[in-house]
Design a protein around this ligand. Sequence first.
Ligand code: CP3
Length: 367
Amino acid sequence: MQAVDRTQFAPLKNDLMLRAARGEDVERPPCWIMRQAGRYLPEYHDVKGGRDFFETCRDAEIASEITLQPVRRYAGLLDAAIIFSDILVIPQAMGMRVEMLEGKGPHFPEPLRTTEQLMKVLEYEVDVLRELDWAFRAITLTRQKLAGDVPLFGFCGGPWTLLVYMTEGGGSRLFRFAKEWIHKRPELAHKLLQKITDVAIEFLAQQVVAGCQILQVFESWGGELSPADFDEFSLPYLKQIAAAVPARLRELGITEDVPMTVFAKGSWYALDKLCDAGYNTVSLDWLWDPAEAVRINNGRVTLQGNLDPTVMYGSDETITKKTEAMIKGFGGGKKQYIVNFGHGTHPFMDPEKIRHFLEECHRIGKM
Ligand code: CP3
């Protein structure tokens, strides 16, 4: 892939998201939604058609269109786009096969169950620029198409979450294999976590080179770890990512400071530590009472979240009431706060309910 000339991009017209992430005062809280592009939008199905999920990610034209769909539909209501891709592209770049089964989710035909399988992945030399060049092309095209309307998020999976998928082979209830690795062979688990971390750092930095303006790390299975195991198998790697990405960006000649967000779903016990982990923003699931999270944070970072996405199944009045409680709980939204759900949209959600939610965030957030 050719080096990207970052001066080609149009100036950013709406920098609310970046300002809030950096802790600056804002007129209203910026809004975006986890999985804002995807199956609840009829236009997603129109563009995706019968294509394979990863094929849509790898096609820059299609991935950029899908990324822009929610930004266009909710024009003026969303303050960021997030590149259409998946956290499982890192295992793919590490030489593993990953399929997305229609209606079932991700599937690894050869999950890491034996030492030999794990060693093979450890020995595989990952060339991030080459393996993920399609992702960088999609990012650059999306940034061009956004024309400065809103900033573009890049992202990756947290190392522990990716270890779970790589060892379980898909979603899981018991986490038998991932837990076997950390409890039976912790030294090998650490080697894999380090390898994933190294790839994640380069992948995030190169997403910025390609055009991303803000980054998020999704540690979606954080809550499957006990507090002590989180401290051993997740937090050190999340911290490494936060420290190494800005350093790598400077090496790559990027001088702007790119805000970073961490989302460790279910790891309520780790909030205090995550506020000191080197990220600008900590994203919260809906298990948090906003006021309690604000108290623990004590002004260290910007908080993001955290409406239970299933509130979208309620009436407009219910959505208004719960949205208002959330924004007030986070202190009104004019400082150190970014609106989001506590997790992603569901395929069954009504896009008009989400519009109501976003409109209410704007109205309440300006009060
Ligand atoms: O707007 C966006 O946020 C789109 C980009 C995006 C996707 N996945 C698209 C996607 C992002 C940021 C992700 C992250 C992701 N992927 C996470 C972290 C966030 C979270 O939800 O906790 C995780 C754990 C995954 C892994 C993954 N990908 C699963 C478990 C599944 C199947 C379950 C599901 O929700 O469909 C996917 C598939 C996936 N990723 C789809 C989309 C739009 C659905 C694919 C389809 O069209 O069938």
